[in-house]
Design a protein around this ligand. Structure first.
Ligand code: GLN
Length: 345
């Protein structure tokens, strides 16, 4: 009996030791991946490495975007405990453009549940450019996603409200909660895009014709154009990304913005189609759900760890910022941000 107790105590102590060691190792490895000094080094290095890069060109199909200074270059990383690390331009606002699609989709999920998105336009990559008419025709407006224009305009049409004004205010306030400050529209960008968005109107009309948009397709296009013209700086975008990294709760303001239940679906669509038909290449290199905009911004999310954003207007052929892709990939990989990368036990 006495002997037994000793054996049992020894076994228990042994187990406890193993447990404590395991927890200890875990804590050390987590802490070392997101050590402030390591984050700063990674950001500084990526900033310097790509500062002189001259690849890509500003979007010019929206005239106002061609006029944006191509040298604007900022990097911000926000951890899920609300610490902010940055390098370069934090203040210059560019239009959010397609990055807005993530947040409008999240709003629809909050209001109507994730199945509403699944059923209305789908959650699959199109393999086509973001404003492709072929992508609609292929499956009559199904089997696509809310990150390409037809799906995004459809998502905007699903935000509830009695008037255009009420819907718009709801969208703008929602984006502002993600950023943690009151955002507003860059009117010159809005006017420029509204005067030249006939193609988006055509996409919306087709989505209406196939029964995906139920209400006023042109009103939805106008609200969508306005949402794309919201001005954001690199810090705003990084906090928006960090809110998604932190289960939908803004790590700086502490406000729960999107229901944490829906964050996995939001991130899944970003992973599938956030960088359009180059989403696969991006995921292969980084494992990060991300979203780009033709204004030059990209956000990426390392779930549970950090959100990161880079603004740099010159884009590649798929419409994704060249510098932003390179800088985010390097920084995340240096910090162990890839959610698929796990050390074997
Ligand atoms: N407002 C832009 C458009 O509709 C958004 C596209 C983008 O950022 N990829 O064409």
């Amino acid at each position: 009996m006495f002997q037994n107790t000793i054996v049992r105590t020894k076994v228990l102590t042994g187990l406890l030791l193993v447990l404590v060691t395991a927890i200890g190792i875990n804590t050390v490895s987590m802490a070392s991946t997101l050590e402030p000094a390591k984050i700063k080094t990674a950001i500084n290095k990526a900033y310097k490495d790509y500062k002189k890069l001259k690849e890509g060109a500003n979007a010019d199909y929206i005239p106002a975007l061609a006029k944006v200074d191509p040298n604007v270059y900022g990097i911000v990383l926000v951890t899920t405990d609300g610490k902010i690390y940055s390098e370069g331009d934090l203040k210059t606002e560019v239009s959010i453009q397609s990055i807005s699609k993530v947040f409008t989709m999240a709003k629809v999920m909050d209001e109507s549940g994730p199945d509403a998105i699944y059923n209305a336009m789908g959650v699959d990559a199109t393999g086509q450019v973001f404003n492709s008419i072929v992508a609609i025709e292929q499956y009559q407006g199904s089997e696509m996603n809310a990150m390409v224009n037809p799906g995004a305009i459809t998502a905007t049409s699903m935000v509830k409200g009695k008037s255009e004004k009420e819907i718009w205010n709801k969208i703008l306030n929602y984006y502002s909660d993600f950023a943690g400050r009151k955002l507003s529209v860059l009117e010159d960008v809005y006017k420029s895009e509204a005067a030249t968005n006939q193609r988006n109107q055509a996409l919306a009309m087709l989505m209406y014709a196939y029964g995906h948009i139920k209400g006023d397709a042109l009103q939805a296009t106008d609200i969508y154009t306005r949402q794309c013209s919201v001005g954001v700086n690199t810090k705003d975008l990084a906090i928006m990304a960090a809110t998604l990294a932190n289960g939908g709760k803004n790590p700086v303001t502490g406000k729960q913005v999107v229901n944490s239940k829906h964050v996995p679906e939001v991130l899944a669509v970003m992973a599938t189609a956030g960088l359009y038909d180059d989403a696969g290449k991006w995921l292969y290199r980084t494992g990060l759900p991300a979203k780009s905009g033709v204004g030059g911004g990209i956000i990426a999310v390392s779930p549970g760890k950090f959100g990161i954003a880079v603004i740099s207007p010159p884009l590649d052929k798929a419409g994704n910022s060249v510098r932003a892709q390179k800088a985010i990939a390097d920084i995340s990989n240096a910090l162990g941000g890839n959610p698929y990368a796990v050390k074997p036990r």
